[in-house]
Design a protein around this ligand. Structure first.
Ligand code: 7PM
Length: 279
């Protein structure tokens, strides 16, 4: 099983790490340190060396309560970084966006995958992704980033998220996105309480059973802070534990800020569960 990301291949026969490169001035995990293209390139090369199989670039903060970003601001943040990275990275870049205009420009600039927390629900997004011909990661979110953490409710969070992702995958296929190009993500923290997040992780196999590769984004998330009382910079051990639990339940991609530590942990899972895949 592999993803063809605009010519760069991602092998999914075992778990892989998607490294997070934020280019928002307000991004909580890097304080905007990587806003300058040269800095971003440096960090992306480091994540590649640490084992990242994909570098995820987002110019729109999806932080709970964050203000919307205009198309032009988002393009100005991400396109120069993608252009600079393409020729210097062996691994593909994914574009974390909800806007079809950013999808098209990012893929034209060399990005290899679309990561949409809105699962291509914006007007024109399905068409844009289908025409780009790259893999898409469809994430579940209840509500929108501004209000999603107010009072999230589900009948059964796992079956609700499963049904939503199945429906979005079907919409993609109808729009001409090949099955082989679809990745699903339960969207930890996006319109979910700690209990919802824990149930989704405990029963991640119910999402994996849809038959698509699953991505899990748990790194440094606030559920850890709520369970342990730790600040964002103190969440690595718990992030690693959650990544290992997700991969044990069948996740094939783990989105993480701390690439080296996450990659090393996943290699231990591989060594135990599937020694023939050892790096
Ligand atoms: C503030 C709060 C800033 C939360 C950033 C975040 C995911 C994602 C993000 C995820 C996929 C973060 C999030 N999370 N894309 N983008 N899956 N596919 O913690 O879980 O990085 S942004």
């Amino acid at each position: 099983m592999q993803l063809d990301c605009n010519g760069k291949l991602v092998d999914l026969s075992g778990p892989q790490v998607m490294g997070v490169l934020n280019v928002t001035p307000d991004s909580f995990s890097d304080g905007g340190d990587f806003f300058a293209p040269e800095k971003a390139v440096e960090r992306a090369l480091q994540m590649q060396a640490e084992g990242a199989a994909i570098i995820d670039i987002g110019g729109e903060s999806t932080r709970p309560g964050a203000a919307p970003v205009s198309l032009n601001d988002e393009l100005q943040r991400v396109i120069p970084v993608i252009e600079a990275l393409g020729p210097r990275l062996r691994v593909p870049v994914s574009i974390d966006t909800r806007k079809p205009g950013v999808m098209r420009a990012a893929i034209a600039a060399g990005a290899g995958l679309i990561n949409d927390v809105n699962a291509l629900q914006a007007d024109g997004a399905l068409e844009a992704a289908a025409q780009c011909g790259v893999p898409v990661c469809l994430m579940h979110m209840q509500g929108d980033p501004r209000t999603m953490q107010k009072d999230p409710r589900y009948d059964d969070v796992v079956s609700d998220v499963r049904a939503y992702l199945q429906q979005r995958a079907a919409a993609c296929e109808r729009a001409g996105i090949a099955r082989e190009r679809i990745v699903l993500d339960p969207g930890f923290g996006f319109g979910k309480t700690v209990e919802h997040n824990l149930q989704l992780l405990a029963r991640l196999e119910d999402i994996v059973s849809l038959g698509f590769p699953v991505l899990a984004g748990l790194s440094r998330k606030s559920m850890i802070g709520k369970l342990l009382g730790t600040g964002v910079e103190e969440r690595l051990p718990a992030s690693i534990a959650l990544a290992v639990l997700a991969v044990e339940r069948g996740a094939r991609l783990v989105r993480a800020h701390d690439v080296a530590a996450t990659w090393q942990a996943l290699q231990m899972v591989v060594a135990v569960e599937n020694p023939s895949l050892r790096a």
